[in-house]
Design a protein around this ligand. Structure first.
Ligand code: PRX
Length: 581
């Protein structure tokens, strides 16, 4: 099927008009020579994300406006105004500072479902000057241990059932001093731990927000690479300028909007655009606790009268797969814009969106490291289906060759950005050398390959490393291989991303077995379950192929490149360094 090369958008549907004055102002302010951007700074050097996101609204009519409308998996609802979130996060900040002795810069980690307490806790931690580390609730014990041990987190906020999942690794976290349990109707708990409801009941509602410097650390998100364990990308309080500006000018958030971001707070999209971006713009957010369900999502969009919706390609493809009958039973008149991030958005999905919702999905590109949207199909421009859009004002993007020299339009190369935007990561936690290695010839090298066309639109080509993007989750092959070889039957393992029509890629493992073990369906399931339990369902190999030996270099490194070529039926290329059987 032929898809339109360009989708012309009726500009009157956007609140933001193609007003170049606004954009020039943005470029100037975003690039850092001014600090205002209408945000509530303490002074020209000091800003606190939670203050900007929540408390700055208390002086305005938004004081009693709903900030968070939450719906549980069972369909129960809770609502919080900006004032409620301010009061509750003050209490939480007091718990951390007064009861637990948390100091500026201490790491406070969250291993929680998508419940209101994660929002309150994160805001409270930021107010207290702590550094937040949200963890995806589907993680297993190894994934949690690796991140918490590396960051030396002092406090963990979790639930009784999630704590049970990681009990065995808690002794491996010597820096961890306190665990706060959020019980939502859950019974059995460990008496040594603190209970969220109890400590909060005692805490004062007034708190002097720590006047953090714009360069003080605020947020840590762990992200996977080709080698080694996941590394913590660190963001600062000044990043909120980027969250605010991009939420305003890309997502076009306006006073009356009802905004829904489907990302989990465990990922960067769930904090930058599931908390700080929308709230710094004073917008009401709706949150659904549960995961993906076509039936529930359509109903949620309709019932909550969502106006701005931020989601991901895999979810869109799953909605497409669920058929067109279901959405036709619902009305989506409230929707103003729809956005997508995290993986390439295929043109079919853009066109399908237009058919079903009457609106096109706006694809945009960014990374954990960039902290905020860098390249986008933003409201004032027509969409080229399949393209990620154009750089945000103030962001200078480029395509560079392998010597890091800029390439002309039309040429494929490394996607790079000129460093210095407010939400750029400031380091990989305790891995400064690795951080520095990402900057070359005055560019931040993103690790993605792309090309730019004559009109300045960027087109994603692929990644330059072995990291697997499965349903928008980055999975490091090394992490999965390390867990696989802990399984008693596994001698060696090599992991690759296998193309998939829904999830873009799925994890595929090639495994050789130890003597005495024979391939079987049962063993395959057992190995899959083993990885799922230790790491997460996203990291668990969807496919396992048993092979007698793995291709290796002479120094013993598993050649994933050859495994991938074999899987895709591609020429095997240079095999001169391969082990001879
Ligand atoms: O490879 C790119 C892909 O996701 C990576 C970033 O993943 P992560 O750090 O988990 O950040 C998630 C927050 C967005 C990128 O390096 N990616 C992201 N957006 C797109 C994309 N690939 C293609 N098209 C996109 N729009």
């Amino acid at each position: 099927m032929e898809y339109p090369k360009i989708i012309k958008l009726p500009l009157e549907q956007y609140a933001i008009k193609p007003n170049l004055q606004d954009y020039f102002k943005m470029v100037k302010e975003f690039s850092g020579d001014k600090v205002s951007l209408e945000l509530d700074w303490f002074d020209s050097e000091h800003i606190n994300i939670a203050h900007v996101a929540i408390d700055s609204h208390l002086k305005t009519d938004r004081r009693d406006k709903k900030a968070l409308i939450w719906e549980s998996k069972k369909g129960e609802g809770e609502e919080y105004t900006f004032q409620d979130l301010s009061r509750l996060s003050n209490k939480f900040a007091n718990v951390l500072v007064k009861d637990l002795g948390v100091r500026k810069g201490d790491r406070v980690f969250f291993f929680l479902e998508r419940v209101p307490e994660i929002y309150i806790g994160i805001l409270g931690t930021l107010k207290a000057g702590g550094v937040i580390g949200p963890l995806f609730s589907a993680f297993g014990p190894d994934a949690v241990r690796d991140r918490m041990a590396d960051s030396e987190a002092k406090v963990l906020i979790t639930s009784p059932s999630l704590k049970k999942k990681i009990n065995e690794v808690i002794p491996e976290l010597p820096a961890l001093e306190h665990i706060i349990l959020v019980r939502r109707g859950e019974g059995k708990v460990d008496l040594k731990d603190l209970f969220y409801d109890e400590v909060m009941a005692e805490a004062s509602e007034s708190f002097d927000i720590v006047k953090t410097h714009k360069e003080d650390y605020a947020i840590m998100h762990y992200t996977s690479g080709t080698t080694g364990k996941p590394k913590g990308a660190v963001h600062v309080h000044g990043a909120v300028v980027g969250h605010y500006a991009t939420a305003k000018y890309v997502l076009d958030l306006q006073e009356k909007d009802i905004y829904w971001c489907t990302a989990d707070p465990g990922w960067v999209t769930g904090t930058s655009y599931g908390m700080f971006g929308p709230w710094s713009n004073g917008v009401t957010q709706v949150v659904y606790e549960g995961g993906f369900s076509a039936k529930h999502w359509y109903s949620f969009l309709e019932r909550k009268k969502v106006t701005i919706w931020y989601t991901a390609p895999t979810a869109i493809r799953m909605l497409m797969k669920a058929g067109n009958e279901l959405p036709q039973q619902h009305g989506f008149d409230s929707l103003r814009h729809m956005y997508s991030v995290g993986e390439p958005l295929n043109p079919e999905a853009v066109v399908w969106g237009k058919e079903i919702f009457g609106k096109a999905f706006h694809d945009n590109w960014w990374q954990t490291e960039t902290g905020a949207i860098m390249i986008a199909n933003y409201p004032i421009q027509d969409i080229k289906p399949g393209s990620m859009g154009r750089p945000f004002p103030g962001i200078q993007a480029g395509i560079v060759d392998d010597n890091f020299n800029e390439l002309p339009p039309g040429k494929e190369g490394n996607l790079a950005l000129r460093p210095g935007w407010p939400s750029m990561f400031r380091t990989y936690w305790k891995k400064e050398e690795l951080y520095q290695s990402r900057f070359k010839n005055g560019w931040y090298i993103t690790g993605d390959r792309a090309r730019r066309d004559e009109e300045g639109y960027y087109w994603f080509v692929g990644r330059t490393d072995d990291v697997i993007n499965t349903a928008g989750h980055l999975v490091g092959p090394f992490e999965v291989e390390s867990v696989l070889i802990e399984h008693p039957a596994v001698a060696e393992a090599g992991v690759i991303g296998k193309p998939d029509s829904i999830a873009m890629e799925v994890v595929k493992a090639f495994v050789s077995l130890k003597d005495g073990y024979a391939p079987s369906e049962e063993l395959r399931h057992d190995i899959q379950k083993f990885v799922m339990k230790r790491l997460s369902s996203a990291a668990a190999p969807r496919e396992i192929e048993f092979i007698p030996t793995l291709p290796k270099t002479r120094s013993g490194k598993i050649m994933r490149r050859l495994l991938k070529a074999k899987e895709l039926g591609l020429p095997l290329g240079d095999t001169s360094t391969m082990e001879e059987d």
